[in-house]
Design a protein around this ligand. Structure first.
Ligand code: SAH
Ligand code: SF4
Length: 481
């Protein structure tokens, strides 16, 4: 799920990474599927796909690479294939249709996907897999056409037209629209609601503006009514999503107002990813005051050096970032703060790196996603001189990682002894003696807790131990509720 890989380490262990996306769907009359330029060959499903009721069921396997927005897109595609009569399977070799929903933010993501495409090509030649679809950020990128030819992919869709999968699997067509027609993810305790797509920034290193386009805000009424519908159908935790979620606006109404409306509707709310230039102090105060908002903030800083922030076109200086964090720590007591940091951007000197280490100390993050710079073709930074040697990048990466972990460990240890109300995000697997359930405190700490409580329930428990990434709770002091 996370776009973190060996080279990109998340220090919070939750495997959730903010990211981009989507479109809302509304039905329109069926149309000729071959009319779409993105359809390489008719309907998916092959021989098995044509079965009427009573015959073997068509099967589909959907794999997600990348950020939380990709996970959200996959859920939507999952509904489409289910509606079209497919049963979901886990293994490629059992699937008539395989959908790879991808992330493009870093180069190694493409390499990983190529490995999967190679394997799928082999299974197709053996007649085990019938059709392969490549969707998401890689589908929207320039090299998608080359991948389609090399790996004989049947359908390539970008992030802007994933709805075309509907036609491909034989459903009536759907078109992109910003009406509130998107059905809720019924029965799921965690729900994700995209409130804006695209991004109006042009960070030197980032491919998102190229693959996702400019920012579009979803209307407030649409967001609020979807949240209401999701909560009525069982959602207990709503996460608002967007590349720069706090840049959301609608004629004078700003993100803070929207967040407050959503927090009035839902029992538990979070949002990601925020941009420091858009983060208002009143939003920080709202996080502290509103009891339904989880007290964690993900605010990517990228670097502690003003020189690098300028080269990256981030639009703020490190002191402005520090001031935001001071406000957050003051008004959200007991909250958690995470960030993204890139090491080894072209031109990064030892002094720049020292500045980043200083900022890490000053802000005392609870966790961070640390990325080694990866040149993305088409971006400004890919063409910049001053590449940092790999061994230097590796050393800086480890130094930043150690600094973040040291602070996080200290902060986590301070929680030992406190009694927390813990939201169960993932129930325990493997029965009574099995793994612990994974929960989250209202402050946003990840906690391992020994309970059979199902996901979406709360238990109270005392924190008994702490690591740099998670807290460990004792036996619950209450029954699940
Ligand atoms: N919209 C968000 C996140 C975008 S992508 C934001 O502006 O913060 C998530 C993270 O991936 C970024 O914050 C950045 O730290 C990292 N990232 C993006 N492009 C990268 C690249 N080319 N090399 C290394 N890290 C990158
Ligand atoms: Fe990329 Fe910058 Fe936009 Fe984030 S704000 S999506 S890093 S361009």
């Amino acid at each position: 799920m996370s776009s973190a890989t060996n080279a990109d380490i998340t220090t919070n262990g939750t495997e959730e990474k903010p990211g981009p996306t989507p479109i809302l769907l509304t039905k329109k009359p069926p149309r000729d599927p071959t009319a779409s330029a993105t359809l390489a060959s008719g309907e998916a499903g092959g021989e098995k796909g044509g079965e009427e009721s009573g015959g073997p069921k068509k099967t589909a396997c959907i794999r997600t690479f990348g950020c939380q927005m990709n996970v959200h897109d996959s859920d939507r595609m999952r509904r489409m294939v289910r509606d079209a009569g497919y049963a979901e399977v886990d293994r490629y070799e059992d699937a008539d249709l395989v959908v790879l929903n991808t992330c493009y933010v870093r180069e190694n993501a493409v390499d990983r996907v190529k490995g999967h495409l190679g394997e799928l090509g082999r299974l197709k030649r053996q007649g085990r897999v019938k059709k392969v679809a490549l969707t998401g950020c890689i589908g929207a990128a320039d090299e998608a056409e080359e991948l389609r030819r090399t790996y004989n992919i049947d359908l390539v869709l970008g992030t802007h037209n994933t709805y075309e999968l509907a036609t491909f699997v034989g459903l009536p067509g759907m078109e992109e629209t910003h009406t509130p027609e998107l059905p809720g993810t019924k029965g799921e305790h965690l729900s994700f609601v995209t409130i804006m797509t695209g991004c109006n920034y042009q960070c030197s290193y980032c491919v998102v503006p190229y693959v996702r386009g400019r920012m579009v805000s979803r209307p407030l009424t649409s967001v609020v009514s979807e949240v209401r519908r999701l909560v009525e159908s069982g959602a207990r935790y709503i996460t608002l999503l967007g590349q720069t979620v706090d840049a959301w606006r609608e004629s004078g109404v700003k993100f803070c107002d929207l967040l407050e409306r959503v927090a009035d509707e839902a029992p538990r709310v979070w949002f990601t990813t925020s941009h420091p230039s858009n983060m208002e102090d009143r939003t920080l105060r709202l996080i502290g005051e509103k009891e339904t908002i989880v007290k964690k903030l993900h605010l990517p800083v990228q670097s502690g050096s003003d020189r690098m922030l300028k080269a990256m076109h981030r639009g703020y200086k490190s002191d402005r970032y520090r001031r935001k964090i001071e406000v957050f720590r003051e008004v959200v007591t007991d909250g958690t703060l995470s960030t993204d940091i890139i090491v080894g951007h072209p031109g990064e000197t030892e002094e720049d790196h020292e500045e980043t280490l200083r900022l890490v100390e000053d802000c005392s993050f609870d966790s961070a996603y640390i990325f080694k710079f990866s040149p993305r073709s088409g971006t400004e930074a890919a063409e910049l001189p001053g590449a940092v040697p790999e061994d230097v990048v590796q050393r800086r990466f480890l130094e930043v990682l150690r600094a973040v972990e040291g602070n996080a460990f200290d902060r986590n240890r301070r929680k030992i002894g406190s009694v927390e109300e813990i939201y169960i995000r993932h129930g325990r697997t493997g029965g009574g003696g099995g793994k612990k359930a994974v929960g989250e405190t209202w402050g946003g700490h990840a906690v391992h807790v020994s309970t059979d409580a199902k996901a979406g329930r709360y238990v109270d428990a005392r924190i008994e131990d702490a690591g740099p990434h998670v807290l460990y709770a004792g036996e619950p002091l209450s029954s699940p509720r």
